[in-house]
Design a protein around this ligand. Sequence first.
Ligand code: SAM
Length: 242
Amino acid sequence: EVVKPYKELDSTKKEQVAQMFDKIAGKYDFLNHFLSLGIDIWWRKKAIAELKSIQPKYILDVATGTGDLAFQAIETLKPEKVVGVDISEGMLAFAEKKIVERNLQAIFSVKPGDSENLPFEENTFDAVIVSFGVRNFENLEQGLSNIQRVLKPGGKAVVLEFSKPTMFPFKQLYNFYFFNLLPFIGKVFSKDNSAYTYLPESVNAFPDGDKFTEILKRAGFVETKIKKLSLGISSIYTGIKP
Ligand code: SAM
């Protein structure tokens, strides 16, 4: 099978998403920590802890962005090799910079790649990780099927993604922050008009909770599980390739 470079794929959402992340790449890490009050770091640690029991040697980080989930995996799990892919070369440039600063070139490499057409052979990785990426996929089921394809049998996928809190009155308070304050603060700091409006909209449109594990099952995963974090602001989903 010939894997097409993502640039040849004709899809508008994908191009728009890549351009949007290219634009905010320089402010991305700062805004992540600032807008989440640093909780995002703890969420990534919890997600990676899901892999402690299988001690993966070879890990793929899909939608790696500036690489933070992969860096956490390296610190916690001490794998032999981690590869990160993303459709935004702007984000990957910042990942590269951090790899060099941390002297991790021997373990961690990044390259352009689309979740829906992953440039790897089947049965390659012990674990595939994705944080705050799946919500942006143009075709979620295709992306998850691809992740399943490149995992080795018995391999584990860990997905960290925003979800929608349901508990009163936290839900109301959170929605006010997420839909009103956050887009404003994000716009001021990122100097991008749409990226931080897109964020709550994409979270709202995303099939979270049981709907997501149903899609994981359709993509061929078994033993799917959900763990809610921080009153349901985020969730960790896991699944195994049989
Ligand atoms: N995983 C990183 C983290 O936790 O900070 C980055 C998350 S960032 C919110 C989402 C990333 O998904 C962006 O860098 C974007 O370019 C990437 N992305 C969106 N759609 C993608 C796709 N189809 N394939 C690969 N990467 C994609």
